[in-house]
Design a binder for this molecule. Structure first.
Ligand SMILES: [Zn+2]
Length: 86
């Protein structure tokens, strides 16, 4: 009888371990299905204060205006903002 209980515990532990191993991947798939935006490293979006467009930081035009670092979608926006804030 005790053997049966031990066997049951072992089966339960194996079941729990396999659940713990498979649960994270299941959650990841579920998160993707819910439509959460994928976050890519180094692709943080910055807002262009001139036209309000969100630009990936890697391809944004960077400028320091009044000691503040600002990012723009294009050279034109950068120049326009600099002219307006100088
Ligand atoms: Zn712009």
């Amino acid at each position: 009888m005790i053997r049966l209980v031990i066997a049951g515990i072992i089966v339960y532990v194996i079941y729990r371990l396999s659940r713990a191993l498979f649960a994270p991947s299941e959650r990841k798939v579920a998160g993707r299905a819910s439509g959460a935006p994928p976050r890519i490293e180094g692709e943080d979006l910055v807002k262009d204060p001139c036209c309000g467009t969100y630009v990936p930081i890697n391809s944004a035009h960077k400028a320091v205006v009044r000691g503040e670092t600002v990012y723009f979608c294009s050279r034109e926006c950068l120049e326009k903002y600099k002219k307006e804030n100088s």
